[in-house]
Design a protein around this ligand. Structure first.
Ligand code: SF4
Length: 345
């Protein structure tokens, strides 16, 4: 079912809007906010739509309020345990609050929060986490059902107060429970869903786990915003999220890369070349396909559908556009030549 739309700063999620990409800041907030704002700009340039910060105390809430006023991306405050920190963040102008129903406490505290958020037009995400469920649900053997129940207990409070700007997430580090919980919840409710597998792991295992789980849900049209949780950089979380969306058939304005793994026939180092143009490619907000191939044996032929390609050819490299060679040159100049041709697309 199509979800309701919710506005987070200037980003709309749900209601058929494109799936928004999120990441989460990885260190404590500091008073020196200038480098944080610059990093947010860099993350925005590679396709991040929303950024979340942990807010463990009132001092951090003050800092985050300052960031929210100047940030190029909508800011989400992630609050555990203390509803007063959430009130402070709402008052300070953050764009969304995330609470964990497992630890935010009594219903009256959630009500206070909802009222304050309603007055300021701030949406709230109820982030159910399989590892920190409310005490009453801890002993349930079916994890996905317990996660849905935790979301529903919280949902009742929001519905009692007529608060509609609410987003739900049901995450665990287990793929099956995460997928089941999201399927069950989304078959009953039309609130937007934030997708993710929590604590998915380091770069490679984390991406594999997240890709499998998120693809299963995206294929069923579940998910309005995603975060890939990795024990790695925010940049890699965002790039992984974008690749998952692209591979799941979503229309993402970014580069699709075909590249060969290289073998004994390679006369061009595809890996080195890709790492040299990596930063440029990440910033390119165009839906184009490129091919980077090691030799002419399979290069231009296999990659003839690419908008732009490069391959080794003896001591030279050749650049081709949709299968037709447009330039030849020394591998030393390959990056400059390729980026020049890319800018013409
Ligand atoms: S394109 Fe050439 S170098 Fe690359 S894997 Fe195929 S045969 Fe090997």
């Amino acid at each position: 079912m199509e979800t309701k739309s919710v506005k987070i700063g200037n980003v709309l999620i749900g209601g058929g809007f494109p799936v928004a990409v999120q990441t989460m800041w990885k260190s404590p907030l500091t008073l020196n906010i200038e480098p944080i704002l610059l990093e947010i700009d860099d993350l925005s340039a590679i396709g991040t739509n929303i950024i979340r910060f942990a807010v463990p105390d009132i001092e951090s809430a003050d800092i985050l309020s300052g960031i929210a006023k100047l940030s190029s991306l909508p800011i989400v405050a992630d609050i555990h345990f203390d509803y007063k920190i959430a009130l402070k963040c709402i008052e300070g102008g953050v764009h969304k609050i995330r609470i964990n129903p497992g630890n935010i406490g009594s219903e009256w505290k959630v009500m206070e929060l909802i009222k304050a958020a309603g007055d300021k037009g701030v949406p709230i995400r109820v982030g159910v986490n399989g590892g920190s469920l409310p005490k009453s649900l801890m002993n349930k053997t079916n994890l996905s059902e317990a996660m849905v129940e935790a979301a529903e207990i919280e949902l009742n409070v929001f519905e009692k107060l007529g608060f509609k700007d609410v987003v739900f997430s049901l995450k665990s580090s287990d793929i099956k429970s995460t997928v089941m919980a999201n399927k069950q919840f989304s078959s009953k409710y039309s609130y937007p869903i934030h997708l993710g597998v929590t604590e998915a792991g380091p770069l490679i295992p984390g991406i594999v786990k997240s890709s499998i789980a998120l693809n299963m849900m995206l294929n069923e049209n579940i998910g309005d915003t995603i975060r890939v949780s990795l024990s790695d950089s925010m940049r890699n979380e965002v790039l992984a999220a974008k690749e998952i969306l692209k591979s799941s058939g979503r229309n993402i304005a970014s580069v699709d890369i075909v590249s060969c793994p290289r073998c004994g026939r390679a006369s061009f180092n595809t890996q080195d070349f890709l790492s040299e143009i990596d930063t440029e490619l990440q910033k390119l907000k165009k839906k184009v396909s490129i091919a980077v191939m090691g030799c002419v044996v399979n290069g231009p032929g296999e990659a003839r559908h690419a908008d732009l390609g490069i391959t080794g050819s003896g001591d030279n490299v050749v650049i081709f556009r949709r299968g037709k060679i447009v330039r030849k040159g020394n591998p030393r100049d390959s990056v400059i030549m390729f980026l020049e041709e890319l800018s013409k697309l």
